[in-house]
Design a protein around this ligand. Structure first.
Ligand code: PMP
Length: 390
């Protein structure tokens, strides 16, 4: 035949079930999926244009309006992880040559700066100190000085454990003819967001954090002003895959319904279920539960002799907590201890916080006393094993 001989001799064993250990994922994400979301994923496939599937997409849009507190028509789930939604935000709202001011409080701002440059943006970074957030004054100064067309802020910076205040920023942007993009991958559903009242123009999030879904379908929102900008672009959106004029038409934003790509059917089932669970609990109850579990965590960690990496209490993100690694303690060894003994994930730092912190997620299905108390126990035992004295 002329081609090489085909062999399967080197492949992993094909008999038996894949070996997936049961783990408690208390890092910055993914967090454990809610059993109801996993069950939803095992429902039969539908065609991606079948009316019952389009109804599920409509339900997602409707639940997202509640969860983001907006009346905007323009809510949907991007097919892909948080990065896809992040890219969609920038690619649709920023035109080549336009200025984008990027608030950098950790790696997510850095990443948005990187991808904005790839889409031809004129990027200006506004950097916060490590473990700190940007003051309203510094944002105001930068907006008034640089007059950007777009401002990006990360609401919950999972690499540093900071929560950026959005107070007054929407109005500031409006007054300066600037659109506001906010990353809520680690906050939506767990920390209050009022898209309309806060004057946010674009929000993106993720499924695998507070919503307790597998990754793959990411909440997304655009304000009317963001839509006007999209519709009046002089240039075509540089990515076909994430073009919201086309994707919006798959989601029924413009009255019709046309094929753009095959939606990830099972991921949309799971997300619909997750959003329904949040709606059933009630948004305010969900925010309160995340806050209560964050307080329970710090009560235990303080008792263990540990300290928050983020110095100002108001800057701390309840959903992803950064804990300073004490002098002389081997951070990775403690993570290994928790994993070996309890199948429990405690994560190390990322980007600018690498080697300096542990990170603990308090998110969604995992935000419950049973899990939080286990984290505290693992820290106490892991520290004792290294001879730590408070
Ligand atoms: N933004 C933030 C704040 C995140 O924590 C993450 C994921 N860790 C992302 C964006 C990217 O999301 P994903 O990994 O789902 O692409």
């Amino acid at each position: 035949r002329g081609y090489a001989t085909v062999s399967n001799a080197h492949l992993p064993p094909v008999a038996g079930v894949i070996d997936v250990p049961q783990r408690i994922l208390m890092g910055p994400g993914p967090s454990n999926a809610h059993p109801r979301c996993l069950a939803a994923m095992s429902l039969p496939q539908l065609g991606h244009m079948h009316p019952p599937f389009l109804k599920i997409m409509d339900d997602i849009s409707e639940y997202l309006r509640y969860i983001m507190q907006t009346d905007s028509k323009y809510t949907l789930a991007v097919s892909g992880s948080g990065h896809a939604a992040m890219e969609a935000s920038v690619a649709n709202i920023l035109e080549p040559g336009e200025k984008i001011l990027v608030g950098v409080t950790g790696i997510w701002g850095q990443r948005v700066a990187d991808l904005s440059a790839r889409f031809g943006g004129d990027v200006v970074e506004l950097n916060a100190g490590l473990g700190e957030t940007l003051s309203f004054e510094s944002i105001k100064n930068a907006v008034e000085t640089h007059k950007p067309k777009v401002l990006f802020l990360c609401h919950g910076e999972s690499s540093t454990g900071t929560k950026q205040s959005l107070e007054g920023v929407g109005a500031l942007c409006k007054a300066n003819g600037c659109l506001l993009i906010v990353d809520t991958v680690c906050t939506l559903g767990g920390v209050p967001i009022f898209a309309d009242e806060m004057g946010i123009d674009v929000i993106y999030s993720g499924a695998q954090k507070v919503f307790g879904c597998p990754p793959g379908a990411s909440p997304f929102f655009m304000s009317d002003a963001a839509m006007e900008k999209l519709q009046s672009r002089k240039t075509t959106v540089a990515t076909y895959n994430m073009d919201m004029k086309l994707i919006g038409d798959y989601w029924g934003w413009y009255g019709g319904r046309s094929y753009h790509h095959t939606g990830p059917i099972s991921n949309f089932y799971a997300l619909r279920e997750a959003l329904a669970i949040t709606a059933e609990e009630g948004l305010e109850n969900s925010w309160a539960r995340h806050q209560a579990m964050y307080e329970l965590l710090w009560e235990g960690l303080t008792d263990a002799g540990l300290e928050p990496f983020v110095k100002k209490e108001e800057d701390r993100l309840p959903c992803v907590n950064t804990i300073t690694v004490p002098e002389g303690i081997d951070a990775a060894a403690l993570c290994g201890f928790a994993m070996n003994k309890y199948n429990l994930e405690i994560a190390g730092g990322l980007g600018p916080s690498a080697g300096k912190v542990w990170r603990i997620g308090i998110m969604g299905y995992n935000a419950k006393p049973m899990n939080v108390n286990l984290v505290v126990t693992a820290f106490k035992e892991g520290l004792a094993a290294q001879g730590f004295k408070k």
